[in-house]
Design a protein around this ligand. Structure first.
Ligand code: ADP
Length: 449
C-alpha cells in the first residue's frame, strides 16, 4: 500500500479522499490555491502545498505546479477526485511517466471513453445498447439529413469532444437541421478544438440512470448497481438516489450487466460510471462513461457497504477486489441532496462567509462537506457546499430521514438551496417516484407561474 498520496483537488471530494487515506493509514498531501489557504482540505491533510493563485488554470489545472508538489513531498500516488484534471488522459500519462501512480483508469480507457464517437463505436462492439443515430462522425449536411430522417425527429447533434452538458443541440425538423448542424460544428471547433459531431435520436421523456462499476488490475470487473439521477436542472444533478425505484429486477439485471460489459470492453481499472437514458418503456441506451469517481458515489456506498474511494486506492496499488459480483446486494435505499451556495429558486451563486453552520446528524445520516462556521466560500469555484446522504430501509423511509436531516441543517450568512430540497422532498410526484429528467425544470416553471 502507498505511504503517501497527493490529492489534486479541493472542496468536499478532497476531504473525502483525505479521510479514506487516513482510514487506510496513508499520509496525505493537499494542494491549494491562495484563495483556499483556509480551506478544510488544506487543514486536514498531513502536508499542504500552495500551487498558485485562485484562477484554476494557474492552480488546480496547473500540471507542472502539481507535479512539483508531488516531488517535494515525496508522494507516491496522485488522486485527481472529480472535475479539474480527473478526466485528463495527458495528466494521467505525465503522472505515470514521472513515476507516480495515477489513482484512476489507464489513459487508454480515458481516451477511448473521452471521445464520444470512439466510445460509441467501442460500446457497439461490446453489444451495449446505443441511442439510434449515426454510427460515427457525421461529416456533411446531406449525411446529417439522411441520418436524422432514419432516426426520426427530434434529434440531438452532439460534439464528440463535448462534456459537462455543453456542445449539444436539439433539432425538431429538417428545415432547422442545416443551420443547427453547421453551428454545432463550428461551436465544437471553437469550444473543444475538434469539429467532429454526431447525431442521435432525441429521447423525449427519459430518466437518467447510471451504473457504478469497479475494476482491478487482475481483470475483475463488478457493477455496484444503479443510481437514479433524473432530478436535474441545466444538466446538473440536484438529488440522486440508489436504487432506482423505476427498475424491476429483470431491467436492473440487464442495465447493470450492460454497465459491467461496457467497463470490460475497455479493460477498466478503478471506479467508473456508465450513464444511460431510459425510456418510459424501460428501453435504455448508453450515453457516456465517466472515467472517475462521481459526486453521487456515496448513495452507492450506502446501499452496498463498499467504500469506493478506498477501493480506488487499493486497486491502484495493485490489490485485487476481495469480493465477487454475487457477494454484492442492495441494502435499503439511499438519497443524496447536493447542498449548494446559491439562491434556492433563482440559482444565482452566493459565495461569501458562512456565519452559522450546523450539520445534521443522527442515525443513517452522512454529511460530506468541506464547510465550517466562519468559512468563506470563494467565488472562483463551483457552488457546492457539500452533500447530505441518508439511508433508509426503503425509499419512503429514506425520504423521511432526509426530511429530518434537511430540517436540522443550518447554513447562514450566505444563501443555500436547503429550501429547494425541503420542497422537493415534499413534492407528491417526487415522493411517488414519478419523474423524468424534465421534472425539476417543469416544476420550477410551475412554481414561478
Ligand atoms: P455531457 O458529457 O455533456 O454530460 P451527455 O451525453 O452525458 O453529455 O448528455 C448530457 C445530458 O443531455 C443527458 O443527461 C440528457 O439529459 C441529455 N441528453 C443527451 N443525449 C440525449 C438524447 N439522445 N436524448 C435526450 N436527451 C439527451
Amino acid at each position: 500500500m502507498f505511504h503517501k498520496v497527493l490529492i489534486a483537488n479541493r472542496g468536499e471530494i478532497a476531504v473525502r479522499i483525505i479521510r479514506a487515506c487516513k482510514d487506510l493509514g496513508i499520509r496525505t498531501v493537499a494542494v491549494y490555491s491562495t484563495a483556499d489557504k483556509d480551506a478544510m482540505h488544506a487543514r486536514l491533510a498531513d502536508e499542504s502545498v500552495c500551487i498558485g493563485p485562485a484562477e484554476t488554470a494557474k492552480s488546480y489545472l496547473n500540471i507542472p505546479a502539481i507535479m512539483a508538489a508531488a516531488e517535494v513531498t515525496d508522494a507516491e500516488a496522485i488522486h485527481p477526485g472529480y472535475g479539474f484534471l480527473a478526466e485528463n488522459a495527458e495528466f494521467a500519462d505525465i503522472c505515470h511517466e514521472s513515476g507516480y501512480v495515477w489513482i484512476g483508469p489507464s489513459s487508454h480507457s480515458m481516451r477511448t471513453m473521452g471521445d464520444k464517437v470512439v466510445a460509441k463505436q467501442t460500446m457497439e462492439k461490446a453489444k451495449v445498447p446505443l441511442v439510434p443515430g449515426s454510427d460515427g462522425a457525421v461529416c456533411d449536411v446531406d449525411e446529417a439529413k439522411r441520418i436524422a430522417r432514419q432516426a426520426g425527429y427530434p434529434v440531438i447533434i452532439k460534439a464528440a469532444a463535448g462534456g459537462g452538458g455543453r456542445g449539444m443541440k436539439v433539432v425538431h425538423s429538417e428545415p432547422a437541421l442545416v443551420g443547427a448542424f453547421l453551428i454545432a460544428q463550428s461551436e465544437a471547433r471553437m469550444f473543444f478544438g475538434d469539429d467532429t459531431v454526431y447525431i442521435e435520436k432525441f429521447l423525449e421523456l427519459p430518466r437518467h440512470i447510471e451504473v457504478q462499476v469497479l475494476g482491478d488490475k487482475h481483470g475483475n470487473v463488478v457493477h455496484l448497481f444503479e443510481r437514479e439521477c433524473s432530478v436535474q436542472r441545466n444538466n446538473q444533478k440536484v438529488l440522486e438516489e440508489a436504487p432506482s425505484r423505476f427498475l424491476d429486477e429483470a431491467t436492473r439485471q440487464k442495465i447493470c450487466k450492460a454497465g459491467a460489459d461496457a467497463a470490460r470492453a475497455v479493460n477498466y481499472v478503478g471506479a467508473g460510471t456508465i450513464e444511460f437514458l431510459m425510456n418510459p418503456d424501460k428501453s435504455f441506451y448508453f450515453i457516456e462513461m465517466n472515467t472517475r469517481i462521481q459526486v453521487e458515489h456515496p448513495v452507492t456506498e450506502a446501499i452496498t457497504g463498499v467504500d469506493l474511494i478506498e477501493w480506488q486506492i487499493r486497486v491502484a496499488a495493485g490489490e485485487a477486489l476481495n469480493f465477487k459480483q454475487e457477494d454484492l446486494s442492495i441494502n435499503g435505499h439511499a438519497i443524496e441532496c447536493r447542498i449548494n451556495a446559491e439562491h434556492p429558486f433563482k440559482f444565482i451563486p452566493s459565495p461569501g462567509k458562512i456565519s452559522i453552520y450546523h450539520a445534521p446528524g443522527g442515525r443513517s445520516v452522512r454529511v460530506d462537506s468541506a464547510a465550517y462556521a466562519g468559512y468563506v466560500i470563494p467565488p472562483y469555484y463551483d457552488s457546492m457546499i457539500g452533500k447530505v446522504i441518508c439511508h433508509g430501509a426503503n425509499r419512503a423511509n429514506a425520504i423521511r430521514v432526509m426530511q429530518r436531516a434537511i430540517h436540522e441543517m443550518i447554513i447562514e450568512g450566505i444563501q443555500s438551496n436547503l429550501e429547494l430540497h425541503r420542497r422537493l422532498l415534499a413534492n407528491p410526484a417526487f415522493q411517488a417516484g414519478d419523474f423524468n429528467i424534465h421534472f425539476l425544470e417543469n416544476w420550477l416553471k410551475e412554481m414561478n407561474a
